[in-house]
Design a protein around this ligand. Structure first.
Ligand code: TXA
Ligand code: MG
Length: 321
């Protein structure tokens, strides 16, 4: 049976509707400052199962647990001083911390996919903050897209079966997922570059930010999965137009959709998924993306585009079903 999806404004009545549904064990798509998330009560096994079903998400890929603040997060993980300092500095905001899960944390096992760790984040968005506070406990929320596909940065991008409600909070302010780190005593392991640049983490913590090596990737099963696949093949570092190719521009290379005419990586991050969604709808046969400088948020943008190109190539190969 399919559920009809209702998109409604994220006003007080919309928030109340979302909370009532979460209490009943339904899933609800909510705006955050990064991307839209698909939320469920993290304490209800049937509700969390609905997230995996709606997304077609492999059960070995854990979910980020969203809290209102540090007070709500305290009982869910074992907090080191380094971790607490980062939360203090960057929450609410686009930072996800992977920490040892607290014994007795009231989270259903599927949320953490059986791992001894838990990923925690306090989103900086009034709507999702209001939902979490009215619910009074944490929500599990991956990005609200089919597993492996483009992340949604507008309510209209959310297209999932079995989701009765999407709260429309307009376009996401940052447009790129949170940065995921695992804090250690002497370094921060970067599990996913994202909307918070590594330079900011290094400055506040005084610790080096190191990319996750193969060992760390083995602890984070989600990192193996393919991500951000557009329905069209994607070419990187494209500097000229070509027939049938939707050109995503940057700076002076305007293209068909300019990520940032003034060449600002933050602005480009905000528009990236919107541009990819627009390219898919354009009727073009391929997507090309202008060069993005590999500094600041440019690193996270390039990470997404590299994965998108690889995932699109895989989709169109024989291995694709
Ligand atoms: O900005 C965001 O982080 C958005 C919004 C909705 O908050 N959420 C998001 O969730 O991007 P998702 O599920 O699309 O990506 C979460 C990533 C996955 O790659 C998952 O494997 C990883 O976080 N993750 C979750 N729990 C983990 C854990 N305990 N250890 C390592 N990685 C974990
Ligand atoms: Mg995702």
């Amino acid at each position: 049976m399919t559920t009809a999806t209702r998109v409604r404004p994220a006003d007080a009545a919309g928030v109340a509707d979302a909370v009532a549904r979460l209490v009943r064990g339904e899933v609800v798509a909510l705006p955050t400052e990064t991307v839209y998330g698909l939320a469920a009560d993290a304490c209800q096994a049937a509700a969390v199962a609905r997230i995996f079903a709606a997304k077609g998400r492999p059960p070995d890929n854990p979910l980020i647990v969203h809290v209102a603040d540090m007070a709500m997060a305290r009982g869910l993980a074992r907090w080191s001083p380094e971790a607490a300092r980062l939360a203090q500095a960057f929450w609410p905001g686009p930072l996800t911390l992977v920490l040892p899960r607290a014994a007795g944390a009231p989270l259903v096992p599927a949320v953490t996919a059986g791992l001894p760790t838990v990923a925690l984040r306090a989103p900086d968005h009034p709507v999702t903050q209001a939902v979490i506070q009215e619910l009074g406990r944490a929500i599990a929320a991956p990005s609200a897209n089919r597993s492996g596909r483009l992340s949604p940065t507008r309510a209209q991008h959310v297209d999932l079966p079995g989701v009765p409600l999407v709260l429309d909070g307009g376009p996401c302010r940052l447009g790129l997922e949170s940065t995921i780190v695992r804090p250690e005593a002497d370094r921060l392991v970067l599990l996913r570059p994202g909307a918070l640049p590594p330079e900011a983490l290094a400055k506040v913590s005084g610790l080096p930010v190191v990319p996750a090596g193969p060992a760390a990737r083995a602890e984070a099963p989600g990192m193996h999965h393919r991500h951000y696949a557009p329905t069209l093949p994607l070419d990187l570092d494209v500097t000229e137009p070509a027939p049938g190719r939707f050109w995503i521009g940057f700076g002076a290379l305007a293209g068909d959709f300019n990520l940032s005419p003034r060449g600002d990586p933050e602005e480009a991050a905000r528009h990236l998924f919107d541009a990819l969604h627009a390219a898919e709808r354009s009727g073009a046969r391929r997507i090309g993306v202008a060069p993005i400088p590999a500094e600041g948020l440019g690193l996270a943008i390039r990470d997404r585009l590299r994965r998108a190109a690889a995932a699109a190539a895989w989709r169109s190969s024989d291995r694709s079903p």
